[in-house]
Design a protein around this ligand. Structure first.
Ligand SMILES: O=C(O)CCC(=O)C(=O)O
Ligand SMILES: [Fe+2]
Length: 344
């Protein structure tokens, strides 16, 4: 898919490029660079991840799904009770406290549903999803889980946690909010109109595939949003709230948002694809202070911060999704209720 280049006259933020191949080989210098990226910004590029073909097929699945009549897609809508799985129509969520609506549609497929197919764990999906569950979605999910698990194991060691701690919190045997998401944002909106509002991700790790620009980060100490330039073959990875809480804030869950693609890309449909790894539903989100002296020390050194929101991963996730939905909005306080680690 050839598209006009990302413009060179907009502010971009460089991310460290991490080589997944080297991570798998246990390369100490590469692990150190990943550790730096995850603590300082919480975002990095990942190359040599081996999921390019599966990602391309996921984009095809997304195109087939978004081409369905809106009425058909709405049969699989995520609803207002805080569930993410299913279809999210453009305009159903707020992008800020004023209640401005988002412009992006999603299809979210649960990891559990993809891997159990044709059995249903959580819910049913449109025909275009079902037709590609085995050929496209399940292989993408399986590979993405493996990439994120590899990174979680590295963080486990660097955080000084007993072996297998983070793996256990993201267990293969417990259902979770982990999901694959394909998004579409149509052209025609003002260049500064948010497609998705400023947020931190809700789970542990996000594995994002972008073709066009539009993703922006607000790096620590900055007051101006910066674009993250898409690089062919490079995924964009980031830390989410759950992992930030587990680590006592050592790992950074950074604010980001999506605008229309800048410059000559602005007249195109913008597609993106994410795999979100989230903890098992029953896992209580809190700093793992008893398991790691490093985490205990990090918490001691940031006395103003609350690393114990008193929610399970499922509750945290549902609250955040639910109160972003405009159907649940009663005022600016609804946006506040939907927040995670953003304001800390
Ligand atoms: O589309 C993108 O580039 C990012 C999407 C995102 O931040 C999200 O879905 O949480
Ligand atoms: Fe995000």
């Amino acid at each position: 898919m050839l598209s006009p280049p990302f413009p060179d006259d907009v502010p971009t933020h460089p991310l460290l490029v991490i080589d997944y191949q080297l991570l798998q080989e246990g390369d100490a210098a590469e692990i150190e660079r990943l550790w730096e990226a995850a603590r300082k910004l919480g975002f990095w590029y990942l190359k040599n991840h081996g999921v390019e073909e599966e990602a391309s097929r996921m984009f095809e699945m997304g195109e087939e799904t978004m081409r369905l009549p809106l009425e058909e897609k709405m049969k699989y809508e995520q609803g207002d009770d805080g569930r993410s799985f299913g279809y999210k129509a453009a305009g159903s969520s707020a992008v800020d406290a004023s209640g401005q609506h988002d412009t992006m549609e999603f299809i979210n497929v649960s990891k559990d549903d993809a891997l159990a197919y044709p059995n249903i764990v959580h819910r049913a999906y449109p025909s275009t999803v079902n037709e590609r569950m085995e050929s496209t979605i399940s292989p993408f999910v399986t590979k993405s889980v493996h990439v994120n698990d590899t990174i979680l194991e590295i963080f486990n060691d660097k955080l000084g946690l007993p072996k297998g701690t983070l793996t256990r919190l993201h267990s293969k045997t417990e259902y979770s909010g982990s999901e694959a998401r394909t998004t579409k944002n149509p052209p025609g909106y003002a260049p500064d109109r948010m497609a998705i509002g400023a947020h931190t991700d809700f789970g542990s790790l996000s594995f994002l595939h972008n073709r066009l620009g539009g993703l922006q980060v607000l790096p620590p100490g900055y007051t101006e949003w910066q674009y993250v330039k898409p690089i062919p073959g490079h995924a964009i990875c980031n830390v989410g709230d759950a992992l930030s809480l587990f680590s006592g804030g050592i790992l950074r869950s950074n604010l980001h948002r999506v605008l229309p693609p800048p410059g000559p890309q602005s007249h195109l449909d913008r597609w993106s694809l994410v795999f979100f790894t989230r903890p098992g539903n029953s896992i209580v989100l809190r700093a793992l202070v008893e398991d790691s002296p490093l985490i205990a020390e990090a918490v001691r050194n940031t006395p103003g911060k609350n690393f114990e929101p008193g929610e399970t991963a499922k509750e945290w996730f549902a609250r955040r999704v639910k109160y972003q939905r405009l159907n649940n909005r009663v005022g600016p306080e609804s946006w506040k209720t939907s927040r995670g680690t953003e304001n800390e």
